[in-house]
Design a protein. Sequence first.
Length: 146
Amino acid sequence: MKPLTMLAAALATALSTHAALSADDSLYKRLGGYDAIAAVTDDFLHRLEGDEKLGRFFLGLSDDSVARIRQHLIDLVCFSTGGPCAYTGRDMKTTHKGIDITADDWQRMLARFGETMAEFKVPEKEQHELGAIVAPLEKDIVAKKG
Ligand code: HEM
């Protein structure tokens, strides 16, 4: 086989392997990998910042602080869905302690999350799997009353 033909054959194999996603693939892979997760994170963060109640949490942050939160969030989602990332940020309890996130804020965040899922046409199965990763974090993120 000529080198170019070999290259074309290798490329065809790679593409078909990529196209054939199976249910056994990691959630990370089924979501479309790193770039897709980064795009979803950007959309979600913009919705949080633009939300009339949640926007207050992001006031007064420098561009670099927002960029740091964004990168930590991408790494956390990437890592939690089985991707090749390490999460080096703080734990959820420490990160959100003292900013008084309420149960209502949490519901609003879930609503914005749902909008992002719809915007990116994330299939229901993957939405549920992501939801199952986020749900247990509520007890560490929402402030305890009293
Ligand atoms: C109503 C819900 C939420 C609000 C209002 C909120 C707000 C914030 C704010 C204001 C910060 C910056 C804190 C600081 O640096 O002083 C932050 C950081 C962060 N949040 Fe949230 N958050 C929410 C939910 C979540 C959820 C569900 C996740 C995970 C899926 C998450 C993951 C993170 C991460 C990874 C950081 C950066 C950690 C670090 O800097 O070490 N947050 N959040």
